[in-house]
Design a protein around this ligand. Structure first.
Ligand SMILES: Cc1ncc(COP(=O)(O)O)c(C=O)c1O
Length: 344
């Protein structure tokens, strides 16, 4: 179920005005220095993640191209959050939705898609980079050939998924900061979020520094691919939405660093964030180590802890993946550097 705020009329359902996620200030201490940061908490969107905005943008574009009729079938490949957003909006609007997912899609998110009336196609062929994305896309294309009436929102190529940030996230950030933001840190997967926020916010703040954060093993931005643990962030294909001009600098963080940041952040603030937020915090710490000291940095936190309780926050899961010692070592290194997070 869409949690709150959204109207059930079609215009209301597809309106970006149903978003207004809070900006929360946190104080960071690191190597004897102090830095305030602002987190844009996208867990407060109606479907629990930033992909609610993406879903609105993608669906509105499809609807403008040719109105979506009742009982029409939509299809999308998703690692979880977009699938939930599309499933819950489609469920309210009376459209049918087929989500192409993989074994890394968190069980909680799969259950939510099913609960909203979606059907799931599970893909379990590992692609050349050790992930499932390319196999999911092969499956979407095969299903589109077999059933041409399916309508694909296509988060990987549609610019509507990034443009929506210019009419929702960016005006919110401008209102919330009074334009006094000088850096943003954004996790990358399709590249839609960072492209939209960068293009939109730099219109108002031309000197804005945009820090892209990806995980080691992902080829979303560049580099060579190999398996990684986290879901939501990273990709086993290059982003077609992100251009080098969109970002100042890329920070590539290891899974274990992102997980350690999630755990330290929850320990210090009581707030549980998703894995991509941990990666973005790790990117910020790298920037601080490089001597970057923005006056008002905003970190985009795509989602909360809910779908990571059985993974990122579960010692037995980390042990079963053989990474518990390295997560604990990363936490210990950060503590030795005096890293703390405190609510402002
Ligand atoms: C958990 C998570 N991480 C990262 C991202 C960034 O993804 P993208 O580059 O596809 O916009 C998103 C969604 O926007 C997300 O939900």
């Amino acid at each position: 179920m869409i949690r709150r705020g959204a109207s059930t009329s079609l215009d209301g359902l597809l309106s970006a005005s149903s978003t207004n996620s809070p900006l929360s200030r946190v104080d960071v201490a690191y190597r004897g220095k102090h830095q305030s940061i602002w987190l844009k908490l996208e867990m407060h969107n109606p479907t629990g993640s930033i992909k609610y905005r993406t879903a609105l943008g993608l669906l509105s574009a499809l609807h403008r191209e040719r109105p979506l009729g009742r009982s029409e079938w939509l299809i999308e490949s998703s690692s979880g959050n977009l699938g939930v957003a599309l499933a819950e909006i489609a469920g309210e609007a009376g459209w049918r939705f087929l989500a192409v997912v993989d074994p890394k899609t968190p069980q909680t998110l799969r259950s939510r898609m099913l609960g909203a009336g979606a059907e799931l196609a599970m893909v379990d062929t590992v692609d050349d980079c050790g992930g499932y994305l390319l196999s999911r896309l092969d499956t979407v294309r095969r299903l589109l050939r077999e059933s041409p009436s399916l309508r694909w929102t296509d988060q990987y190529h549609s610019t509507a998924g990034s443009a929506v940030h210019q009419t929702s996230t960016v005006p919110e950030l401008m209102r919330q900061t009074g334009g006094l933001v000088d850096a943003v840190f954004v996790a990358v997967s399709t590249g839609g979020t960072i492209a939209g926020i960068s293009e939109g916010l730099r219109r108002f703040v031309p000197g804005l520094d945009v820090y892209a954060v990806d995980v080691v093993g992902s080829i979303a931005v560049d580099g060579a691919g190999h398996p990684h643990l986290l879901t939501g962030i990273g990709a086993t294909r290059r982003s077609t939405l992100l251009r080098p001009s969109h970002y100042t600098r890329l920070y590539r963080v290891a899974d274990v660093e992102a997980i350690a940041m999630c755990r330290l952040f929850r320990h210090g603030t009581g707030l549980g964030l998703g894995a991509s937020s941990g990666a973005v915090l790790a990117g910020l710490v790298r920037a601080l180590a490089d001597g970057v000291a923005p006056a008002r940095p905003v970190l985009i936190s795509p989602d909360g802890e809910d779908s990571y309780l059985a993974t990122v926050y579960a010692d037995d899961w980390l042990a079963s993946r053989g990474v518990l010692p390295s997560v604990e070592a990363a936490e210990a290194r950060a503590r030795n550097d005096g890293l703390t997070f405190t609510p402002h």
